[in-house]
Design a binder for this molecule. Structure first.
Ligand code: DAH
Length: 347
């Protein structure tokens, strides 16, 4: 039955797109959505289905109906304009405004994040997504065979190898941009590298392709309070003045000390419980994990050609989709990539 419904949807949308006149469109509407139309006859069949299938099939039919209605409406609008043009022409009549969209949520978040950090003097950098092992691992203090590499579920590229920089990979994190920035510019540095990253992962909160934004500051006398101040500033600017942040000790090879950053949950505001006393299901503990950070490891500074005796720095790397989901309470990352207008129009 599922296939039958999907075929019906394709058939309807195909016919609608081909319709040449409003009259023809109306016939299509009656054929599919009319009282004795194809959708209604499918609905009648639901009662004969086994109970466990009823719900899913019912929902599928409903979605199909909605899709057909939407494409009917769109085609109707464009046919109306076409037909009215052949009937009369008044060049002084006010124009009809086309439906206006907006940038995709991820693009919007990238501009917003860039703007927040540019207030602090960070410049937007772009470094390669197809990287060498050196920049993504080895130069970040993760030698070949170091167990810390396992975290990253890397996509290696077959037959791509460089004598000096090692294997070719799809960059698993934006931290690779740290070394590239240090090679390119002398300190003081304030970089924000935003790029697509790739990992072998796929579930409700992880996608094989996602965006990260990486901050790097290198200057004289940089310490943890600069890092915490930057995190607090971002938290308040991006999530809102009532959200708080905290740092927890953690381990990364390329920072020392290292931290994981959390932000208070947007539903329970750090209390872990709802006003009715129940445990908050969004976060369970009051805090949501934003990502990693720390003070740049002296070895990494050295690898980037910077003298760790003279300079120090901090870095952080957080997911764009992740902060977006934490801001709005979106629970499934796939919604951000499906392009479903019913979701996107809510923003
Ligand atoms: N690259 C890390 C990851 O993808 C995140 C990260 C941790 C970035 C610590 C940093 C940092 O700059 O200092 O999991």
């Amino acid at each position: 039955m599922k296939d039958q419904i999907i075929n019906l949807k394709n058939e309807a949308v195909g016919e609608i797109l081909e319709a040449k006149s409003l009259e023809e469109l109306e016939k299509i509407r009656i054929n599919f959505l009319g009282r004795s139309g194809k959708i209604n006859s499918l609905i009648k069949e639901i009662s004969q289905l086994p109970a466990e299938e009823k719900k899913a099939i019912g929902r599928l039919i409903n979605d199909t109906k909605k899709t057909i209605e939407e494409s009917l409406q769109q085609t109707q609008e464009s046919l109306k304009i076409k037909e009215s043009k052949t009937e009369w022409l008044d060049i002084t009549a006010p124009g009809s405004r086309p439906a206006e969209g907006h940038l995709h949520l991820v693009s919007e978040a990238i501009s917003e994040i860039t703007a927040i950090f540019s207030q602090l003097g960070f410049h937007r950098a772009r470094y390669p997504e197809v990287e060498w092992d050196w920049y993504a691992f080895e130069g970040l203090n993760m030698a070949e065979n170091h167990p810390a590499r396992d975290e990253w579920e890397t996509f290696f590229i077959e037959n791509l190898e460089n004598e000096k920089y090692g294997k070719g990979i799809l960059t698993p994190h934006t931290s690779s941009g740290q070394l590239r920035e240090m090679e390119k510019y002398a300190p003081p540095l304030r970089m924000l590298n935003i790029a697509k990253c790739y990992r072998r992962q796929s579930d409700m909160s992880h996608a094989p392709m996602f965006y990260q934004f990486e901050g790097l500051v290198v200057d004289k006398d940089i310490n943890i309070s600069h890092l915490k101040g930057t995190i607090d500033y971002f938290t308040k600017q991006y999530f809102g003045p009532d959200r708080k942040s905290r740092i927890r000790p953690f381990h990364f090879q390329f920072t020392e000390p290292s931290f994981e950053v959390d932000v208070t949950c947007l539903i329970c505001h750090g209390k872990a419980r709802l006003p009715n006393g129940q445990v908050c299901r969004t976060c369970k503990e009051g805090w949501m994990e934003l990502g990693g950070s720390g003070m740049v490891h002296p070895t990494v500074l050295k690898n980037g050609g910077i003298d760790p005796e003279k300079y120090s720095g901090f870095a952080f790397g957080w997911g764009v989709e992740r902060v977006l989901m934490m801001k709005y309470g979106i629970n499934d990352i796939r919604l951000l990539f499906e392009g479903d207008l019913r979701f996107l129009r809510q923003f």
